[in-house]
Design a protein around this ligand. Structure first.
Ligand code: FES
Ligand code: FE2
Length: 463
């Protein structure tokens, strides 16, 4: 406790109404406290269950800085999709036996699994060959007789790969918490479950899957910057001006297919006048630091447009499977980025998700995933990949601008010219949204940033 009170005094007063101290983005000691109190407590996104469809399938990732293995052990889930949030670690009706293991050998501590993903019957440590079942149980120890009685006991779970304390999922999206206590996943997500619904409901067969590999990038800057940026309505017209101008200059007559059209329409939409952001775009914020931007565009303005043959086929399939009214309802949702603080940002309408992984106070990794909608024309998935390439890939004309911005933010925030960072756009003009959250004055508000810092303060105070 003595140690905590010393740490508390170091964060006290750094978050104030409408502004934060720059050290929040630059101080390695604060980053360490974040890893312990925020990433060590919150629900963190692990992966999608389609990444571990069959028994033995695994996927290696990180929770905060903890290397972990998402793995399916045993007989698997026959219907292939969790329908509700639930404790899947305990083997309930949803299936299963998906678990999340610390990627650490019970012997001398080596990382056991070095491959990012694959399928195995067991995990074997490369150092001295200790072998584990896919639920983490230690099953074999070479030269077992060399360990005097009472030092290494195969049957003792303490020598296995340890499971993280809590795992739960919502509609196939798997989260874990490094803390044994805290709110349920359902309480943590709250109204944000509707963004996951928006993504999954768009699949004619009611199921989605991760496909197409992982698009990675890293940036030199604090992990919080990307969450602030993706729902910052004021930045596109400035940061992305070069791609906006290039897209405006593009001759409409040479659009060859929906894929090229997606990129051009997206970049042009980034150039929407501020009046559009003021009058038409909405921003909503919810407990635990979550937020989403809505009404940025709809399929008439962007995507593949309704004239595109594959999109037309898709609409027909949706209407046939879900009924005309329900299909119109589903496709009428126009959410842009949904942020689930502190690990993911996803675009339900565009079927992609970014996982944000802090590395150090000034270093962040980002993993991008695309989803295929089961039952939709395959061209839809190719369009999804194209959209990712145009906007979210490291060499895209859009993301490169954001990466330059993060680097400038890091460099500027490290300087001592001014200790305070204002984020008061729209302060005090939010209204209750009726779903437990706040709706901002308009899409140009910095509500989502203030909301993240409200949550940040709670985690950091240990409340
Ligand atoms: S460290 Fe894994 S078997 Fe020795
Ligand atoms: Fe941007």
């Amino acid at each position: 406790m003595a140690n905590h009170s010393r740490i508390d005094s170091r964060i006290e007063g750094l978050v104030q109404p409408g502004r934060v101290h720059r050290r929040i983005y630059t101080d390695p000691a604060i980053f360490e406290i974040e890893m312990e109190r925020l990433f060590g407590q919150s629900w963190l996104y692990v992966g999608h269950e389609s990444q571990v469809r069959f028994p033995g399938d695994f996927f290696c990732t990180r929770l905060g800085r903890e290397p972990v293995v998402l793995v399916r052990h045993g007989t698997g889930n026959k219907n292939g999709g969790d329908k509700n949030a639930g404790d899947i670690n305990g083997g309930d009706k949803n299936g299963g036996d998906i678990t999340v293991l610390y990627n650490r050998c019970g012997h001398r501590g080596a990382k056991v699994v070095a491959t990012e993903s694959g399928s195995v019957r067991e995990f074997r440590c490369c150092y001295h060959g200790w072998t584990y079942a896919t639920d983490g149980r230690l099953i074999s120890v070479p030269v077992r007789q060399g360990y005097p009685e009472g030092t290494v006991d195969i049957a003792d779970p303490a020598y296995g790969m340890q499971a993280v304390p809590r795992v739960a999922s919502y509609r196939g999206f798997i989260f874990a918490s490094l803390s044994a206590t805290g709110p349920s996943l359902t309480d943590f997500l709250g109204h944000m479950t509707t963004s996951f619904d928006d993504l999954v409901d768009r699949a004619p067969d009611g199921e989605i899957e991760v496909a197409g590999g992982i698009a990675r990038h890293a940036y030199r800057g604090n992990w919080k910057l990307i969450f602030e940026n993706v729902n910052d309505g004021l930045h596109p017209l400035s940061v992305h001006l070069s791609s906006i101008e290039a897209a405006r200059a593009q001759d409409d007559a040479v659009w060859s297919d929906g894929a090229g059209e997606i990129g051009i329409r997206q970049m042009r939409q980034n150039g929407a006048p501020l009046e559009f952001w003021d009058k038409q775009v909405g921003l909503w914020a919810y407990p635990f630091g979550h937020s989403y931007l809505g009404d940025y565009h709809d399929d008439e303005k962007l995507a593949v447009a309704r004239q595109d043959p594959s999109f037309q086929d898709y609409i027909e399939i949706m209407e046939a499977k879900k009924g005309r009214e329900r299909a119109r309802q589903i496709l009428g949702v126009t959410r842009w980025n949904t942020n689930i603080y502190p690990t993911i940002s996803f675009m339900s309408q565009f079927r992609q998700l970014r996982v944000i992984q802090p590395v150090a106070v000034d270093r962040t990794d980002v993993l991008g995933f695309c989803f295929r909608l089961k039952g939709a024309p395959e061209k839809m998935f190719r369009d999804t990949i194209q959209f990712a390439n145009v906007t979210n890939a490291s060499a895209s004309p859009v993301l490169t601008d954001d990466l330059e911005t993060y680097d400038r933010l890091r460099g500027g925030l490290e300087s001592g010219g001014n200790d305070w960072v204002p984020m008061s756009r729209g302060l005090g003009r939010d209204v209750a949204d009726g779903n437990g959250g706040l709706q901002a004055e308009n899409g140009l508000s910095e509500l989502h940033i203030r909301n993240m810092f409200d949550s940040w303060s709670g985690y950091m105070a240990g409340t």
